[in-house]
Write a protein that binds this ligand. Structure first.
Ligand SMILES: [Zn+2]
Length: 589
Protein backbone atom coordinates (compact mmCIF):
# COMPACT_ATOMS: atom_id res chain seq x y z
CA UNK A 1 0.00 0.00 0.00
CA UNK A 2 2.73 2.34 1.06
CA UNK A 3 4.83 1.56 -1.97
CA UNK A 4 1.83 2.05 -4.12
CA UNK A 5 1.10 5.33 -2.42
CA UNK A 6 4.67 6.47 -2.95
CA UNK A 7 4.52 5.53 -6.57
CA UNK A 8 1.35 7.49 -6.94
CA UNK A 9 2.90 10.47 -5.21
CA UNK A 10 6.01 10.40 -7.39
CA UNK A 11 3.74 10.17 -10.43
CA UNK A 12 1.85 13.22 -9.23
CA UNK A 13 5.10 15.12 -8.84
CA UNK A 14 6.13 14.05 -12.31
CA UNK A 15 2.80 15.22 -13.67
CA UNK A 16 3.17 18.58 -12.03
CA UNK A 17 6.67 18.96 -13.42
CA UNK A 18 5.45 18.00 -16.90
CA UNK A 19 2.57 20.45 -16.63
CA UNK A 20 4.90 23.22 -15.51
CA UNK A 21 7.19 22.50 -18.48
CA UNK A 22 4.23 22.51 -20.78
CA UNK A 23 3.00 25.86 -19.42
CA UNK A 24 6.45 27.40 -19.79
CA UNK A 25 6.86 26.04 -23.31
CA UNK A 26 3.33 27.06 -24.30
CA UNK A 27 3.63 30.62 -22.99
CA UNK A 28 7.06 30.88 -24.62
CA UNK A 29 5.69 29.93 -28.04
CA UNK A 30 2.63 32.15 -27.52
CA UNK A 31 4.89 35.09 -26.66
CA UNK A 32 7.05 34.35 -29.70
CA UNK A 33 3.94 34.24 -31.84
CA UNK A 34 2.80 37.70 -30.85
CA UNK A 35 6.33 39.00 -31.44
CA UNK A 36 6.87 37.40 -34.82
CA UNK A 37 4.88 35.03 -36.94
CA UNK A 38 5.05 33.58 -40.41
CA UNK A 39 1.90 33.40 -42.54
CA UNK A 40 3.91 31.45 -45.06
CA UNK A 41 5.56 29.09 -45.53
CA UNK A 42 3.14 27.24 -43.29
CA UNK A 43 5.63 24.59 -42.22
CA UNK A 44 9.32 24.57 -41.39
CA UNK A 45 9.97 21.80 -43.90
CA UNK A 46 9.06 22.75 -47.43
CA UNK A 47 8.84 20.44 -50.43
CA UNK A 48 8.84 22.41 -53.64
CA UNK A 49 10.16 22.51 -57.19
CA UNK A 50 9.45 26.22 -57.50
CA UNK A 51 12.45 28.42 -58.12
CA UNK A 52 11.41 30.88 -55.45
CA UNK A 53 9.82 30.69 -52.04
CA UNK A 54 8.10 33.52 -50.23
CA UNK A 55 8.56 34.16 -46.55
CA UNK A 56 5.85 36.46 -45.26
CA UNK A 57 4.29 37.37 -41.97
CA UNK A 58 4.34 40.04 -39.35
CA UNK A 59 6.61 41.13 -36.52
CA UNK A 60 6.63 43.72 -33.76
CA UNK A 61 7.47 46.93 -35.59
CA UNK A 62 10.44 48.07 -33.48
CA UNK A 63 12.58 44.98 -34.05
CA UNK A 64 14.97 43.93 -36.82
CA UNK A 65 14.37 40.96 -39.06
CA UNK A 66 17.07 39.05 -40.94
CA UNK A 67 16.53 36.19 -43.33
CA UNK A 68 19.71 34.46 -44.50
CA UNK A 69 21.55 37.40 -42.97
CA UNK A 70 19.71 39.91 -45.12
CA UNK A 71 17.91 42.76 -43.38
CA UNK A 72 14.24 42.45 -44.35
CA UNK A 73 12.03 45.52 -44.63
CA UNK A 74 9.33 45.78 -41.99
CA UNK A 75 6.32 47.75 -43.18
CA UNK A 76 4.38 50.16 -40.98
CA UNK A 77 1.75 47.46 -40.56
CA UNK A 78 4.41 45.09 -39.17
CA UNK A 79 4.21 42.94 -42.31
CA UNK A 80 7.29 41.62 -44.06
CA UNK A 81 7.92 39.79 -47.30
CA UNK A 82 11.08 38.06 -48.45
CA UNK A 83 11.61 36.14 -51.65
CA UNK A 84 14.20 33.37 -51.58
CA UNK A 85 15.49 31.89 -54.84
CA UNK A 86 15.96 28.17 -54.44
CA UNK A 87 18.40 25.85 -56.11
CA UNK A 88 16.31 22.76 -56.71
CA UNK A 89 17.89 19.38 -55.98
CA UNK A 90 20.11 20.84 -53.25
CA UNK A 91 18.85 20.68 -49.74
CA UNK A 92 18.70 24.21 -48.44
CA UNK A 93 18.18 25.52 -45.01
CA UNK A 94 17.13 29.08 -44.40
CA UNK A 95 17.52 30.82 -41.11
CA UNK A 96 15.37 33.71 -40.00
CA UNK A 97 16.38 35.85 -37.04
CA UNK A 98 14.37 38.46 -35.26
CA UNK A 99 16.09 40.81 -32.83
CA UNK A 100 14.03 42.91 -30.50
CA UNK A 101 15.56 44.77 -27.56
CA UNK A 102 17.91 42.21 -26.01
CA UNK A 103 16.13 39.14 -27.32
CA UNK A 104 17.02 37.20 -30.41
CA UNK A 105 14.61 34.65 -31.88
CA UNK A 106 15.56 32.33 -34.66
CA UNK A 107 13.84 29.79 -36.81
CA UNK A 108 15.20 27.47 -39.47
CA UNK A 109 13.33 26.31 -42.55
CA UNK A 110 14.38 23.31 -44.63
CA UNK A 111 13.73 23.09 -48.34
CA UNK A 112 13.65 19.82 -50.26
CA UNK A 113 12.78 19.17 -53.87
CA UNK A 114 9.24 17.92 -54.26
CA UNK A 115 8.85 14.16 -54.36
CA UNK A 116 7.31 13.50 -57.73
CA UNK A 117 4.39 11.14 -57.47
CA UNK A 118 4.57 8.09 -59.70
CA UNK A 119 1.29 7.19 -61.33
CA UNK A 120 -0.44 4.35 -59.54
CA UNK A 121 -0.21 1.12 -61.45
CA UNK A 122 -3.51 0.00 -62.87
CA UNK A 123 -4.07 -3.74 -62.48
CA UNK A 124 -5.28 -5.70 -65.44
CA UNK A 125 -9.03 -5.51 -65.44
CA UNK A 126 -9.09 -2.09 -63.79
CA UNK A 127 -10.34 0.89 -65.70
CA UNK A 128 -10.59 4.51 -64.69
CA UNK A 129 -12.82 7.14 -66.28
CA UNK A 130 -10.72 10.30 -66.36
CA UNK A 131 -13.41 12.54 -67.80
CA UNK A 132 -16.83 12.37 -69.38
CA UNK A 133 -18.48 15.43 -70.87
CA UNK A 134 -21.11 16.46 -70.16
CA UNK A 135 -20.03 15.71 -66.60
CA UNK A 136 -22.32 14.12 -64.01
CA UNK A 137 -25.14 13.60 -66.47
CA UNK A 138 -28.35 12.30 -64.95
CA UNK A 139 -30.16 12.12 -68.25
CA UNK A 140 -29.79 13.42 -71.78
CA UNK A 141 -31.88 13.54 -74.90
CA UNK A 142 -30.80 12.56 -78.42
CA UNK A 143 -28.65 15.16 -80.18
CA UNK A 144 -26.23 15.62 -77.29
CA UNK A 145 -22.63 14.56 -77.87
CA UNK A 146 -20.77 12.64 -75.18
CA UNK A 147 -16.99 12.43 -74.95
CA UNK A 148 -14.93 10.15 -72.75
CA UNK A 149 -11.32 9.86 -71.65
CA UNK A 150 -10.32 6.71 -69.73
CA UNK A 151 -7.21 4.93 -68.48
CA UNK A 152 -6.54 1.20 -68.39
CA UNK A 153 -3.76 -1.32 -68.89
CA UNK A 154 -2.25 -0.70 -72.33
CA UNK A 155 -3.37 -4.11 -73.60
CA UNK A 156 -7.03 -3.39 -72.97
CA UNK A 157 -9.79 -2.90 -75.50
CA UNK A 158 -12.28 -0.33 -74.30
CA UNK A 159 -15.80 0.34 -75.55
CA UNK A 160 -18.06 3.31 -74.97
CA UNK A 161 -21.83 3.75 -74.79
CA UNK A 162 -23.20 0.19 -74.67
CA UNK A 163 -20.12 -0.84 -76.64
CA UNK A 164 -21.22 1.16 -79.71
CA UNK A 165 -17.86 2.93 -80.01
CA UNK A 166 -14.41 1.39 -79.63
CA UNK A 167 -12.14 3.90 -77.89
CA UNK A 168 -8.88 5.01 -79.47
CA UNK A 169 -5.63 4.63 -77.58
CA UNK A 170 -4.15 8.13 -77.62
CA UNK A 171 -1.08 7.73 -75.39
CA UNK A 172 0.84 5.19 -73.29
CA UNK A 173 2.83 5.90 -70.14
CA UNK A 174 4.46 2.98 -68.32
CA UNK A 175 1.93 0.21 -68.77
CA UNK A 176 -1.08 2.52 -68.69
CA UNK A 177 -2.79 3.80 -71.79
CA UNK A 178 -5.17 6.72 -72.19
CA UNK A 179 -8.21 6.09 -74.35
CA UNK A 180 -10.58 8.57 -75.93
CA UNK A 181 -13.82 8.58 -77.93
CA UNK A 182 -17.08 10.36 -78.61
CA UNK A 183 -20.65 9.49 -79.42
CA UNK A 184 -23.71 11.40 -80.59
CA UNK A 185 -26.87 10.20 -78.91
CA UNK A 186 -29.62 9.28 -81.39
CA UNK A 187 -33.32 8.42 -81.21
CA UNK A 188 -32.78 4.66 -80.83
CA UNK A 189 -30.78 5.14 -77.61
CA UNK A 190 -33.48 4.95 -75.00
CA UNK A 191 -32.28 2.52 -72.35
CA UNK A 192 -29.97 2.84 -69.41
CA UNK A 193 -26.58 3.06 -71.02
CA UNK A 194 -23.48 1.33 -69.72
CA UNK A 195 -20.92 3.99 -70.45
CA UNK A 196 -17.68 2.05 -70.42
CA UNK A 197 -16.94 -1.62 -70.92
CA UNK A 198 -13.78 -3.46 -71.96
CA UNK A 199 -11.60 -6.51 -71.72
CA UNK A 200 -7.97 -7.53 -71.63
CA UNK A 201 -6.17 -10.85 -71.78
CA UNK A 202 -4.45 -12.17 -68.65
CA UNK A 203 -2.59 -15.49 -68.86
CA UNK A 204 -4.54 -16.32 -71.97
CA UNK A 205 -7.87 -15.66 -70.24
CA UNK A 206 -10.15 -12.84 -71.31
CA UNK A 207 -11.14 -10.57 -68.43
CA UNK A 208 -14.18 -8.40 -69.02
CA UNK A 209 -14.83 -5.34 -66.97
CA UNK A 210 -17.06 -2.29 -66.86
CA UNK A 211 -17.09 1.03 -65.07
CA UNK A 212 -20.02 1.52 -62.68
CA UNK A 213 -21.30 4.70 -64.40
CA UNK A 214 -24.53 4.45 -66.33
CA UNK A 215 -26.54 7.07 -68.18
CA UNK A 216 -30.25 7.49 -68.72
CA UNK A 217 -31.45 8.58 -72.15
CA UNK A 218 -34.86 10.14 -72.55
CA UNK A 219 -36.60 10.02 -75.89
CA UNK A 220 -37.26 13.34 -77.63
CA UNK A 221 -40.92 12.31 -77.83
CA UNK A 222 -40.98 12.97 -74.11
CA UNK A 223 -41.31 16.74 -73.86
CA UNK A 224 -40.05 17.93 -70.50
CA UNK A 225 -41.21 21.35 -69.44
CA UNK A 226 -40.42 23.51 -66.46
CA UNK A 227 -40.88 26.97 -65.00
CA UNK A 228 -38.35 29.24 -63.36
CA UNK A 229 -38.80 29.69 -59.62
CA UNK A 230 -37.53 32.25 -57.10
CA UNK A 231 -36.15 35.71 -57.65
CA UNK A 232 -32.66 34.80 -58.83
CA UNK A 233 -33.10 32.38 -61.71
CA UNK A 234 -30.54 32.93 -64.43
CA UNK A 235 -29.38 31.41 -67.70
CA UNK A 236 -25.80 30.60 -68.56
CA UNK A 237 -24.25 30.20 -71.99
CA UNK A 238 -22.37 27.03 -71.07
CA UNK A 239 -21.95 24.53 -68.27
CA UNK A 240 -18.46 25.87 -67.51
CA UNK A 241 -17.51 26.26 -63.92
CA UNK A 242 -14.90 28.43 -62.27
CA UNK A 243 -14.61 30.51 -59.12
CA UNK A 244 -17.37 32.83 -60.34
CA UNK A 245 -19.59 30.16 -61.96
CA UNK A 246 -20.57 29.75 -65.62
CA UNK A 247 -20.79 32.84 -67.84
CA UNK A 248 -24.20 34.35 -67.13
CA UNK A 249 -26.44 35.23 -70.03
CA UNK A 250 -29.39 36.81 -68.28
CA UNK A 251 -31.36 36.87 -65.05
CA UNK A 252 -34.93 35.64 -65.47
CA UNK A 253 -38.19 36.53 -63.85
CA UNK A 254 -40.09 33.80 -62.00
CA UNK A 255 -42.70 31.59 -63.77
CA UNK A 256 -40.98 31.56 -67.17
CA UNK A 257 -41.67 28.48 -69.32
CA UNK A 258 -38.76 26.44 -70.62
CA UNK A 259 -38.24 23.14 -72.42
CA UNK A 260 -35.59 20.97 -70.81
CA UNK A 261 -33.41 18.71 -72.94
CA UNK A 262 -30.85 17.40 -70.44
CA UNK A 263 -29.79 17.37 -66.82
CA UNK A 264 -26.15 17.34 -65.79
CA UNK A 265 -23.65 18.93 -63.47
CA UNK A 266 -26.44 20.41 -61.35
CA UNK A 267 -27.86 22.20 -64.41
CA UNK A 268 -30.81 21.83 -66.74
CA UNK A 269 -30.03 22.31 -70.39
CA UNK A 270 -32.92 24.26 -71.91
CA UNK A 271 -33.78 24.66 -75.58
CA UNK A 272 -34.35 28.31 -76.48
CA UNK A 273 -34.75 28.00 -80.26
CA UNK A 274 -33.61 25.55 -82.94
CA UNK A 275 -30.10 27.03 -82.69
CA UNK A 276 -29.87 28.19 -79.10
CA UNK A 277 -29.65 26.41 -75.79
CA UNK A 278 -28.71 27.59 -72.33
CA UNK A 279 -28.20 26.25 -68.82
CA UNK A 280 -30.18 27.01 -65.68
CA UNK A 281 -29.22 25.67 -62.22
CA UNK A 282 -31.66 22.90 -61.20
CA UNK A 283 -32.76 24.71 -58.05
CA UNK A 284 -34.14 27.58 -60.17
CA UNK A 285 -36.46 25.32 -62.18
CA UNK A 286 -39.56 23.40 -61.26
CA UNK A 287 -40.52 20.57 -63.61
CA UNK A 288 -44.12 20.84 -64.86
CA UNK A 289 -46.01 17.65 -65.49
CA UNK A 290 -48.37 19.07 -68.07
CA UNK A 291 -47.56 19.81 -71.68
CA UNK A 292 -49.89 22.76 -71.89
CA UNK A 293 -47.32 25.54 -71.61
CA UNK A 294 -44.95 24.76 -74.46
CA UNK A 295 -42.71 27.84 -74.60
CA UNK A 296 -43.80 29.30 -77.93
CA UNK A 297 -45.90 32.36 -78.52
CA UNK A 298 -46.90 34.97 -81.07
CA UNK A 299 -46.24 38.54 -80.08
CA UNK A 300 -49.10 40.99 -80.29
CA UNK A 301 -48.96 44.78 -80.19
CA UNK A 302 -46.18 46.69 -78.46
CA UNK A 303 -46.82 49.82 -76.42
CA UNK A 304 -44.27 52.34 -75.27
CA UNK A 305 -45.28 54.78 -72.54
CA UNK A 306 -43.49 57.37 -70.41
CA UNK A 307 -43.42 57.18 -66.62
CA UNK A 308 -41.93 59.43 -63.98
CA UNK A 309 -38.56 57.63 -63.73
CA UNK A 310 -38.52 55.39 -66.81
CA UNK A 311 -40.03 54.72 -70.21
CA UNK A 312 -41.92 51.46 -70.40
CA UNK A 313 -42.27 48.97 -73.24
CA UNK A 314 -45.05 46.43 -72.98
CA UNK A 315 -44.97 43.42 -75.30
CA UNK A 316 -48.04 41.26 -75.39
CA UNK A 317 -47.38 37.48 -75.37
CA UNK A 318 -49.52 34.35 -74.75
CA UNK A 319 -47.19 33.07 -72.07
CA UNK A 320 -43.97 33.90 -70.24
CA UNK A 321 -40.95 33.14 -72.42
CA UNK A 322 -37.23 33.30 -71.60
CA UNK A 323 -35.34 36.40 -72.68
CA UNK A 324 -31.87 37.85 -72.64
CA UNK A 325 -30.57 41.33 -73.17
CA UNK A 326 -27.41 42.87 -74.55
CA UNK A 327 -26.24 46.45 -74.41
CA UNK A 328 -24.07 48.43 -76.75
CA UNK A 329 -21.85 51.37 -76.07
CA UNK A 330 -22.01 53.13 -79.42
CA UNK A 331 -25.38 54.58 -80.23
CA UNK A 332 -26.66 53.39 -76.86
CA UNK A 333 -28.60 50.46 -78.14
CA UNK A 334 -30.35 47.95 -75.99
CA UNK A 335 -31.37 44.62 -77.48
CA UNK A 336 -33.86 42.19 -75.95
CA UNK A 337 -34.07 38.67 -77.38
CA UNK A 338 -37.28 36.78 -76.68
CA UNK A 339 -36.88 33.01 -77.18
CA UNK A 340 -39.87 31.09 -78.52
CA UNK A 341 -41.52 34.26 -79.83
CA UNK A 342 -42.68 34.83 -83.37
CA UNK A 343 -43.82 38.23 -84.43
CA UNK A 344 -47.43 38.93 -85.01
CA UNK A 345 -46.84 42.54 -84.01
CA UNK A 346 -48.55 44.76 -86.49
CA UNK A 347 -48.12 48.05 -84.77
CA UNK A 348 -45.86 49.68 -82.24
CA UNK A 349 -47.29 52.66 -80.41
CA UNK A 350 -44.67 55.21 -79.38
CA UNK A 351 -45.71 58.31 -77.55
CA UNK A 352 -44.10 61.69 -78.20
CA UNK A 353 -43.00 62.57 -74.69
CA UNK A 354 -40.62 59.65 -74.10
CA UNK A 355 -37.44 60.62 -72.24
CA UNK A 356 -35.07 57.68 -72.53
CA UNK A 357 -36.30 55.79 -75.61
CA UNK A 358 -35.67 57.31 -79.03
CA UNK A 359 -36.76 54.40 -81.24
CA UNK A 360 -37.92 50.85 -80.98
CA UNK A 361 -38.21 48.25 -83.74
CA UNK A 362 -38.17 44.49 -83.95
CA UNK A 363 -36.52 41.83 -86.12
CA UNK A 364 -37.35 38.15 -86.38
CA UNK A 365 -33.66 37.26 -86.17
CA UNK A 366 -34.30 33.52 -86.50
CA UNK A 367 -37.15 31.05 -86.15
CA UNK A 368 -38.49 31.53 -82.65
CA UNK A 369 -36.24 34.43 -81.73
CA UNK A 370 -37.81 37.87 -81.70
CA UNK A 371 -35.31 40.67 -81.21
CA UNK A 372 -36.45 44.03 -79.86
CA UNK A 373 -34.05 46.86 -80.70
CA UNK A 374 -34.19 49.96 -78.55
CA UNK A 375 -32.30 53.18 -79.34
CA UNK A 376 -31.77 55.41 -76.36
CA UNK A 377 -32.06 59.19 -76.17
CA UNK A 378 -29.77 59.41 -73.14
CA UNK A 379 -26.01 59.90 -73.43
CA UNK A 380 -25.50 56.62 -71.58
CA UNK A 381 -27.68 53.67 -70.62
CA UNK A 382 -28.89 54.49 -67.08
CA UNK A 383 -30.11 50.97 -66.49
CA UNK A 384 -33.20 48.93 -67.26
CA UNK A 385 -35.41 46.25 -65.78
CA UNK A 386 -37.10 43.32 -67.54
CA UNK A 387 -39.94 41.40 -65.94
CA UNK A 388 -43.41 40.04 -66.64
CA UNK A 389 -46.76 41.51 -65.75
CA UNK A 390 -49.21 38.65 -66.44
CA UNK A 391 -48.05 37.50 -69.87
CA UNK A 392 -46.80 40.93 -70.90
CA UNK A 393 -43.08 41.36 -71.10
CA UNK A 394 -42.26 44.71 -69.49
CA UNK A 395 -39.04 46.55 -70.25
CA UNK A 396 -38.43 49.66 -68.17
CA UNK A 397 -35.65 51.90 -69.44
CA UNK A 398 -34.46 54.39 -66.81
CA UNK A 399 -34.44 58.11 -67.40
CA UNK A 400 -31.25 60.05 -66.76
CA UNK A 401 -31.19 61.94 -63.45
CA UNK A 402 -33.44 65.03 -63.59
CA UNK A 403 -30.61 67.50 -64.15
CA UNK A 404 -26.84 67.67 -64.24
CA UNK A 405 -26.82 69.09 -60.72
CA UNK A 406 -25.24 66.79 -58.14
CA UNK A 407 -28.30 67.04 -55.88
CA UNK A 408 -30.17 64.97 -58.48
CA UNK A 409 -27.70 62.09 -58.32
CA UNK A 410 -28.19 59.01 -56.10
CA UNK A 411 -25.13 56.81 -55.57
CA UNK A 412 -25.14 53.39 -53.88
CA UNK A 413 -21.96 52.41 -52.03
CA UNK A 414 -21.30 48.79 -51.21
CA UNK A 415 -18.57 47.94 -48.70
CA UNK A 416 -17.56 44.38 -49.63
CA UNK A 417 -17.83 41.49 -47.14
CA UNK A 418 -18.59 42.23 -43.44
CA UNK A 419 -19.54 40.37 -40.29
CA UNK A 420 -18.66 36.69 -40.54
CA UNK A 421 -17.57 37.21 -44.17
CA UNK A 422 -14.04 38.48 -43.59
CA UNK A 423 -12.84 38.68 -47.19
CA UNK A 424 -9.11 38.48 -47.79
CA UNK A 425 -6.49 39.43 -45.21
CA UNK A 426 -3.08 41.06 -45.25
CA UNK A 427 0.12 39.69 -43.74
CA UNK A 428 -0.40 41.88 -40.69
CA UNK A 429 -3.78 40.23 -40.15
CA UNK A 430 -5.76 43.28 -41.32
CA UNK A 431 -9.10 42.21 -42.82
CA UNK A 432 -10.58 43.22 -46.16
CA UNK A 433 -14.04 43.72 -44.59
CA UNK A 434 -12.65 46.45 -42.32
CA UNK A 435 -10.77 48.30 -45.06
CA UNK A 436 -13.77 48.27 -47.42
CA UNK A 437 -16.01 49.70 -44.69
CA UNK A 438 -13.51 52.42 -43.74
CA UNK A 439 -13.11 53.52 -47.37
CA UNK A 440 -16.86 53.29 -48.07
CA UNK A 441 -17.64 55.53 -45.07
CA UNK A 442 -15.07 58.08 -46.25
CA UNK A 443 -16.56 58.04 -49.73
CA UNK A 444 -20.07 58.51 -48.33
CA UNK A 445 -18.92 61.62 -46.43
CA UNK A 446 -17.28 63.11 -49.52
CA UNK A 447 -20.28 62.50 -51.77
CA UNK A 448 -22.67 64.01 -49.22
CA UNK A 449 -20.47 67.09 -49.02
CA UNK A 450 -20.95 67.44 -52.78
CA UNK A 451 -24.72 67.28 -52.33
CA UNK A 452 -25.04 63.74 -53.74
CA UNK A 453 -27.57 61.42 -52.10
CA UNK A 454 -25.94 58.18 -50.93
CA UNK A 455 -27.24 54.71 -50.15
CA UNK A 456 -25.05 52.35 -48.12
CA UNK A 457 -25.43 48.57 -48.15
CA UNK A 458 -23.76 48.58 -44.74
CA UNK A 459 -22.35 51.13 -42.30
CA UNK A 460 -21.36 48.62 -39.60
CA UNK A 461 -19.61 45.26 -39.37
CA UNK A 462 -22.64 43.19 -40.42
CA UNK A 463 -23.00 40.03 -42.49
CA UNK A 464 -24.91 40.56 -45.74
CA UNK A 465 -25.40 38.05 -48.54
CA UNK A 466 -25.02 39.10 -52.15
CA UNK A 467 -28.78 38.81 -52.64
CA UNK A 468 -29.40 40.97 -49.53
CA UNK A 469 -27.26 43.66 -51.13
CA UNK A 470 -28.88 43.40 -54.56
CA UNK A 471 -32.44 43.36 -53.15
CA UNK A 472 -31.74 46.42 -51.06
CA UNK A 473 -30.09 48.35 -53.89
CA UNK A 474 -32.83 47.49 -56.38
CA UNK A 475 -35.49 48.74 -53.97
CA UNK A 476 -33.58 51.98 -53.34
CA UNK A 477 -33.28 52.90 -57.06
CA UNK A 478 -29.81 54.49 -57.12
CA UNK A 479 -28.50 55.87 -60.43
CA UNK A 480 -25.22 54.06 -59.93
CA UNK A 481 -23.55 51.67 -57.50
CA UNK A 482 -19.90 51.24 -56.61
CA UNK A 483 -18.81 48.09 -54.85
CA UNK A 484 -15.56 48.39 -52.91
CA UNK A 485 -13.21 45.43 -52.41
CA UNK A 486 -9.52 44.67 -51.89
CA UNK A 487 -7.77 42.22 -54.17
CA UNK A 488 -5.68 39.26 -53.11
CA UNK A 489 -3.16 37.13 -55.00
CA UNK A 490 0.43 35.98 -54.69
CA UNK A 491 2.39 38.53 -52.65
CA UNK A 492 4.20 40.43 -55.43
CA UNK A 493 1.04 41.23 -57.42
CA UNK A 494 -0.01 44.88 -57.11
CA UNK A 495 -2.33 47.45 -58.57
CA UNK A 496 -5.82 48.81 -58.90
CA UNK A 497 -8.43 47.18 -61.08
CA UNK A 498 -12.03 48.06 -61.85
CA UNK A 499 -14.70 45.76 -63.26
CA UNK A 500 -17.94 45.90 -65.19
CA UNK A 501 -20.24 43.29 -66.66
CA UNK A 502 -22.22 45.09 -69.40
CA UNK A 503 -20.43 47.17 -72.01
CA UNK A 504 -22.85 50.09 -71.57
CA UNK A 505 -21.74 50.37 -67.93
CA UNK A 506 -18.03 50.33 -68.76
CA UNK A 507 -17.41 54.11 -68.64
CA UNK A 508 -18.02 54.39 -64.88
CA UNK A 509 -15.39 51.70 -64.22
CA UNK A 510 -12.97 53.54 -66.52
CA UNK A 511 -13.46 56.87 -64.76
CA UNK A 512 -12.82 55.14 -61.43
CA UNK A 513 -9.76 53.31 -62.73
CA UNK A 514 -8.05 56.38 -64.12
CA UNK A 515 -8.55 58.38 -60.90
CA UNK A 516 -7.20 55.45 -58.85
CA UNK A 517 -4.13 55.18 -61.12
CA UNK A 518 -3.54 58.92 -60.62
CA UNK A 519 -2.81 58.08 -56.97
CA UNK A 520 0.26 56.19 -58.13
CA UNK A 521 -1.17 52.69 -57.93
CA UNK A 522 -0.06 50.13 -60.50
CA UNK A 523 -2.40 49.28 -63.33
CA UNK A 524 -3.94 45.84 -62.85
CA UNK A 525 -6.56 46.51 -65.52
CA UNK A 526 -10.11 47.45 -66.41
CA UNK A 527 -11.94 44.17 -66.75
CA UNK A 528 -15.23 43.47 -68.54
CA UNK A 529 -17.87 40.73 -68.71
CA UNK A 530 -17.04 40.16 -65.08
CA UNK A 531 -19.24 37.58 -63.41
CA UNK A 532 -19.38 39.27 -60.00
CA UNK A 533 -22.70 39.44 -58.14
CA UNK A 534 -22.98 43.21 -57.93
CA UNK A 535 -21.99 43.62 -61.56
CA UNK A 536 -25.08 41.55 -62.41
CA UNK A 537 -27.99 43.96 -61.93
CA UNK A 538 -29.05 45.92 -65.02
CA UNK A 539 -31.25 48.28 -63.00
CA UNK A 540 -28.47 50.79 -62.28
CA UNK A 541 -25.01 51.59 -63.61
CA UNK A 542 -22.50 49.65 -61.54
CA UNK A 543 -18.79 49.08 -61.15
CA UNK A 544 -16.53 47.09 -58.86
CA UNK A 545 -13.41 48.80 -57.56
CA UNK A 546 -10.70 46.43 -56.29
CA UNK A 547 -8.78 49.22 -54.58
CA UNK A 548 -5.40 47.47 -54.31
CA UNK A 549 -3.92 44.14 -53.21
CA UNK A 550 -4.19 43.52 -49.48
CA UNK A 551 -1.94 40.49 -50.05
CA UNK A 552 0.97 42.74 -51.05
CA UNK A 553 2.62 44.31 -47.97
CA UNK A 554 3.35 47.61 -49.73
CA UNK A 555 -0.29 48.03 -50.80
CA UNK A 556 -1.51 46.67 -47.47
CA UNK A 557 0.38 49.56 -45.86
CA UNK A 558 -1.41 52.01 -48.19
CA UNK A 559 -4.83 50.44 -47.67
CA UNK A 560 -4.52 50.74 -43.88
CA UNK A 561 -3.15 54.29 -43.97
CA UNK A 562 -5.93 56.80 -43.10
CA UNK A 563 -4.37 59.43 -45.40
CA UNK A 564 -4.31 57.08 -48.35
CA UNK A 565 -7.84 55.89 -47.59
CA UNK A 566 -8.90 59.51 -47.79
CA UNK A 567 -7.12 59.93 -51.10
CA UNK A 568 -8.87 56.84 -52.51
CA UNK A 569 -12.25 58.20 -51.39
CA UNK A 570 -11.39 61.53 -53.02
CA UNK A 571 -10.41 59.79 -56.24
CA UNK A 572 -13.69 57.90 -56.38
CA UNK A 573 -15.73 61.02 -55.58
CA UNK A 574 -13.92 62.86 -58.38
CA UNK A 575 -14.57 60.01 -60.83
CA UNK A 576 -18.29 59.93 -59.95
CA UNK A 577 -18.60 63.69 -60.32
CA UNK A 578 -16.85 63.80 -63.71
CA UNK A 579 -18.75 60.80 -65.00
CA UNK A 580 -22.04 62.37 -63.97
CA UNK A 581 -21.21 65.76 -65.54
CA UNK A 582 -20.01 64.14 -68.77
CA UNK A 583 -23.08 61.95 -69.25
CA UNK A 584 -25.80 64.35 -68.21
CA UNK A 585 -25.30 66.81 -71.02
CA UNK A 586 -27.86 69.42 -72.05
CA UNK A 587 -29.50 66.62 -74.12
CA UNK A 588 -31.26 65.36 -71.02
CA UNK A 589 -32.35 68.68 -69.62
ZN1 LIG B 1 -13.58 41.04 -51.73
Amino acid sequence: MITQFRLKKSQQVLNIILLAFFIIFYSYTQAQQSIWQFEYPEKDTIYTDNTSIFFGGNVKKDGKLFIQGENVKIYKTGSFLYQFKTQPKNINSITAQFIIEKDTFSRTFYIFPQKTKLPKAIAKGDVKIVQITPAEAEWLQPGNILTITAEADKNSDLYFFNAKVKLKKISVSNSIATYHGLYKINESDTNNIKLLTGFNILNGNKISFSAPSTLKIKSTSEIILGKTIGNYAYMMYGDGDDRLGGAKMSYLDTGINVQIIGKYNGLYKVALSPNHSAFIPVDHIQIQNTNTEYPESLSANINVTPNSNFDQIKINLDKKLPYSSTTELDGNKLKILIYGATSNTNWITQLENLQSIKNIYYEQTENNVLTININLKTAINWGYDIHYDQNNLIIQVNHAPKSNKLKDLVVGIDAGHGGSNLGANGLSGVLEKDITLQVAMRLEKKLRKLGITTIMTRTTDTTLSMTDRIDYLKSAHPNMVISIHCNSASPLVKGNSTYYRYISFRPLSQYLHSEMLALGLDNYGNIGSFNFGLNGPTQFINALNELAFISNPEEEEKLTNPNFQDKMADAMAKAIKHFFKDFTSEKNN
